[in-house]
Design a protein around this ligand. Structure first.
Ligand code: ATP
Ligand code: MG
Length: 139
């Protein structure tokens, strides 16, 4: 992976609150091209594997329960400098600390229920994209 792709999820809170369309609009308006996308629900096993890096953290059980409680939208996005530019677009993990105009400032409600995921490195973007999509689902 060469640094022009990232992976995102619109999390269950944002789906429940009816923000799928508004969030996709922000993403495409910022210049990201959608190269893979699906509407799906994570199993407990999926969420535990996806967030395995956090499995010693005190909030891990809460995180897995949250991420599995309803459907999500997962997508692979393409743009120059995709990982860093997407993290800038979504804002800080805690929406109370997120910059004005960011997706989390606009649509997240708490540090736990923060509307969207964004990969934190090119390496993780490739791993996470491959976790969610078969090669033939990426365009
Ligand atoms: P993400 O990986 O979902 O894009 P992030 O990279 O901004 O978020 P991480 O540190 O990777 O933040 O944490 C992963 C997720 O775990 C957060 O998005 C949030 O849903 C949850 N989380 C992180 N810290 C806390 C916390 N202190 N309390 C509750 N949930 C938390
Ligand atoms: Mg993270």
């Amino acid at each position: 992976m060469t640094g022009n792709r990232t992976f995102t999820m619109i999390k269950p809170d944002a789906v429940e609150n009816g923000h799928i369309g508004a969030i996709l609009e922000k993403i495409t308006a910022a210049g990201f091209k959608i190269v893979a996308m699906k509407y799906t629900q994570l199993s407990k096993r999926d969420a535990e594997a996806f967030y395995a890096v956090h499995n010693e953290r005190p909030f891990f059980g809460e995180l897995v329960a949250f991420m599995t409680r309803g459907p999500i939208v997962s997508a692979i996005l393409e743009k120059d400098n995709a990982v860093d530019d997407f993290r800038a677009l979504i804002g800080a993990t805690n929406p109370a600390e997120a910059a004005e105009g960011t997706i989390r400032k606009l649509f997240a409600t708490s540090i736990g229920e923060n509307a969207v995921h964004g990969s934190d490195s090119d390496e993780n973007a490739a791993i996470e994209g491959a976790f969610h999509f078969a090669g033939r689902e990426v365009y």
